[in-house]
Design a binder for this molecule. Structure first.
Ligand code: AMP
Length: 274
C-alpha cells in the first residue's frame, strides 16, 4: 500500500494503476462501518483508494474540528489489511488555497435537517468530495446510508455537474446492541452509550408501528419522541420521502425516517429506509 500525503504522490501512485478504481473517502478513526465500505469497494473494483482527511470546511465554528479523533497508525493498519492500493492522507495545505472557489449546497435540501442545524456544513462537504472524486478519478465511490442527506446531496452533485463517477450507497453498520457505529461514539461514556441506543430503538419502534399498519407520520413521530426521552436533547425526528420531502403518510418503499439527538458530548444521527 502506498501512502500519499501530497497530490503529486497521489498522482504518481495512481499512474501505476490499471483498471477500475473504487474509492472510500473518510475522516479517519476507522471503525467497522468504514471497513464495510472499504471491503465492498475492494470486492467490486480492480483497485482501492481510501482517503483520510478531517476536512476543516465542513466543520462550523465551535464544532469538534480540533477534538475530532485522529488515529493514524491504527487506520493505516486497517487499510493495509484491507489491501488498499493507496491511502491518501493529505494536509490541509495540499487541499486548499487561500480564497477558494466554493460549492453551494442546494437551497432547500442543503438547508433542512442536518443543514438547518449545521448551516454551511454541506457546502464544505460537497467541496471536499468534489476535490477527492476529481483527484482519485474513481469509477465507483462508496458512501454510507448513515449520512443519508450527505449521500443524497453527493448524488445530486454528481448529476448536476455531470461527473463521471458512480456513487454506491452502503448499508448502516451497527454494534451488536443496535448503536450505529460512528467515530464520535468514542466521546461517550458507557452509561451514555446505553442511552444512545434510544435512537435505534425509536427507529425500530417506528418500523413496528408501520408494519402494524400505522402510516400517519405525526403519530409515529410522537411515539418515537417517547422513546427518545433518554437522549439529552432531540434535534429532529423527520419522516421524508427519498427526495427529502416531508410526508404525511408513510409511503412503503419511498420513506426515510431520520433522527438527530445529543447524548453526552456527541450529536448522534441515525435513520432507517422503509
Ligand atoms: P466519516 O469518516 O464519518 O466521514 O465517514 C466516512 C464514510 O463512512 C461516510 O460515507 C459515512 O456515511 C460512512 N459511515 C460512517 N459510519 C458508518 C456506519 N455505521 N455504517 C455505514 N457507513 C458508515
Amino acid at each position: 500500500m502506498i501512502i500519499a500525503r501530497t497530490i503529486a504522490e497521489l498522482k504518481e501512485a495512481k499512474s501505476a494503476l490499471q483498471g477500475t478504481i473504487g474509492f472510500v473517502p473518510t475522516m479517519g478513526a476507522l471503525h467497522k462501518g468504514h471497513l464495510s465500505l472499504i471491503q465492498q469497494a475492494k470486492a467490486e473494483n480492480d483497485h482501492l483508494i481510501v482517503s483520510i482527511f478531517v476536512n476543516p470546511t465542513q466543520f462550523l465554528e465551535g464544532e469538534d474540528l480540533d477534538a475530532y479523533p485522529r488515529r493514524e497508525e491504527a487506520d493505516r493498519k486497517i487499510c493495509e489489511l484491507a489491501k488498499a492500493d493507496i491511502l491518501f492522507m493529505p494536509t490541509v495545505d495540499q487541499m486548499y488555497e487561500h480564497d477558494e472557489l466554493s460549492i453551494g449546497a442546494p437551497a432547500i435540501r442543503g438547508y433542512i435537517l442536518e443543514g438547518q442545524k449545521r448551516p454551511g456544513h454541506f457546502d464544505g462537504m460537497l467541496q471536499i468530495v468534489m476535490k477527492l472524486l476529481n483527484l482519485t478519478g474513481a469509477d465507483n465511490a462508496y458512501f454510507g446510508k448513515k449520512d443519508a442527506q450527505q449521500l443524497a446531496l453527493i448524488m445530486q452533485m454528481v448529476t448536476n455537474y455531470f461527473m463521471d463517477v458512480k456513487i454506491i450507497p452502503c448499508e448502516i453498520v451497527r454494534d451488536e446492541k443496535g448503536l450505529a457505529l460512528s467515530s464520535r461514539n468514542a466521546y461517550m461514556s458507557e452509561e451514555e452509550k446505553v442511552r444512545a441506543l434510544c435512537l435505534s430503538r425509536s427507529l425500530k419502534r417506528a418500523t413496528k408501528l408501520i408494519m402494524g399498519g400505522k402510516l400517519d407520520t405525526v403519530s409515529i413521530k410522537e411515539e418515537m419522541l417517547e422513546v427518545l426521552k433518554e437522549a439529552d436533547e432531540v434535534e429532529y425526528v423527520a419522516i421524508v420521502d427519498r427526495a427529502f420531502r416531508p410526508l404525511e403518510k408513510v409511503e412503503l418503499g419511498n420513506t426515510m425516517i431520520l433522527v438527530a439527538a445529543w447524548v453526552g458530548k456527541p450529536r448522534l444521527i441515525d435513520n432507517i429506509w422503509i
